[in-house]
Write a protein that binds this ligand. Structure first.
Ligand code: NIG
Ligand code: FE
Length: 428
């Protein structure tokens, strides 16, 4: 059984999923934030779970008689808040080592870009990840995953991108797959081969993009190791022209695309991604009005990463109000990674999105439920409490949904259901 208090997992062993497979269960006497149409609050609510799916949602007093029959277990929520399982739609959870030393250097005055250009930064994590065994990568990522899950995360995106060679990129993506097999969580794996230029291709970025397109992507596709392709489009990453090549190739192989865009400068990456119907464009501190318009037209989600903004002590804010006015859906994610956002708390990101970016508590919760699902193309199955959706639900020791954003450093998670099965805290 995984546990939210950092208990270590058995070495190489199978970590359990859930306890029993209750077929038909009623979660009653709860305040439901369905996340359909705003919070979509239902007081004195109930959710009927049938197997892995939600069968019925509404006010308990109006539960139809035919649904009352055959209920095998009931949970009295005592008026607690029930939400969809949380979705962390942007993480780099699998990596070797850490960058605490780089953090110290930055405290002494070095900046992220200078460190990266000097071969530190992402490339130092690349060395550590290449050296690490698949088992070691699994174990360190499993710890981080359990910390996320302990706060009610039931779906997580995981990127590769610290291998930058086919063998290590595949190793990372196999770890992501193993995590999804060993833990009660949905994993959306993303290939981020174009994260940085590996030492083997120094001064030959186009040559590396060739490798990414012609060799790596087809191999990853043939083993079905990723559903999406991401790229770091930036001065210290890849150019818009290289990004276009990666997107053309990804689309022709049937991948979804997404982008790290406008994090440190405006490269018009978001517009380019929108041209390819990207699921999301992420970071966006330097996003222009043109970029916003393009995203709005394409339905591309703006994924905001307040952890990276905070940790790099950025001062340029993403254009939240313009995104809001344009009706671009906003997601929030941890960006969990060793260089710019070494965190495993999605709840902390809600608070930071409000305090640093001025999102409302409603926008924050939408960012990790309905819009997080959309950023992964999983909105038909996840992200709201609604009949027919997967029964991924979290019961919280709070009454008002704004409390999830208001608190920081606390974990009010009380019960977690994933595919209808109770997991995590309280399930021992
Ligand atoms: O999302 N921007 C590029 N990638 C990561 C950082 C990776 C690293 O520094 O290791 C990000 O911020
Ligand atoms: Fe990232």
């Amino acid at each position: 059984m995984w546990h939210h208090k950092g208990r270590s997992i058995p070495k190489g062993g199978v970590v359990q999923h859930a306890r029993e497979s209750a077929l038909k269960q009623l979660i009653r006497n709860v305040r439901i934030a369905t996340m359909e149409d705003g919070y979509g609050l239902i007081d004195q609510g109930a959710v009927l779970v049938d197997g892995e799916r939600i069968a019925w949602v509404g006010q308990e007093s109006s539960l139809p008689d035919e649904h009352r029959r055959g209920i095998e277990s009931e949970l009295d929520g005592n008026g607690r808040l029930l939400t969809p399982g949380l979705i962390d739609c942007h993480t780099h959870l699998v990596y070797g080592g850490n960058r605490a030393r780089e953090f110290e250097l930055r405290l002494q005055g070095a900046d992220y870009e200078t460190i990266a250009r000097a071969g530190g930064g992402i490339l130092s994590t690349v060395s550590a990840t290449r050296e690490a065994s698949e088992q070691a990568l699994f174990e360190s990522a499993a710890q981080r995953l359990q910390q996320l899950m302990g706060e009610g995360v039931t779906c997580v995106e995981i990127k590769s991108g610290y291998g930058l060679d086919l063998e290590t990129e595949m190793k990372m993506l196999r770890v992501a797959r193993t995590l999804s097999e060993q833990f009660p969580v949905t994993v959306a794996p993303t290939f981020l081969g174009a994260h940085a230029l590996p030492p083997e291709f120094k001064d030959d970025a186009d040559g590396y993009i060739d490798e990414v397109c012609k060799r790596m992507m087809p191999a990853i596709q043939s083993e079905n190791l990723a559903g999406a392709v991401d790229i770091f489009c930036e001065n210290i990453g890849f150019t818009p022209a290289q990004t276009r090549r990666v997107f053309e190739c990804a689309k022709s192989l049937g991948f979804e695309v997404k982008i790290h865009a406008e994090q440190l400068s405006d490269q018009q990456g978001a517009s380019l991604a929108a041209e390819f119907q990207a699921l999301s464009a992420d970071h966006l501190e330097y996003l222009s009005d043109d970029g916003i318009r393009a995203m709005q037209k394409a339905g591309t989600v703006a994924t905001l990463l307040p952890g990276a903004f905070y940790f790099l002590r950025e001062t340029r804010l993403p254009p939240i109000d313009a995104l809001r006015k344009a009706g671009v859906p906003m997601a929030i994610a941890t960006d969990s990674n060793p260089g710019t956002s070494p965190t495993t708390s999605l709840l902390l990101m809600l608070n930071m999105a409000a305090t640093l970016f001025r999102l409302t508590p409603l926008e924050c919760l939408q960012g990790v439920t309905v819009n997080g699902a959309r950023a992964l193309g999983l909105e038909r199955n996840l992200g709201t409490v609604a009949a027919k959706k997967q029964a991924d639900l979290v019961l919280w020791n709070v009454g008002d949904p704004a409390e999830l954003t208001y608190n920081f450093g606390a974990n009010p998670c009380y019960r977690i259901f994933r595919k209808g099965q109770q997991t995590g805290p309280g399930s021992d």
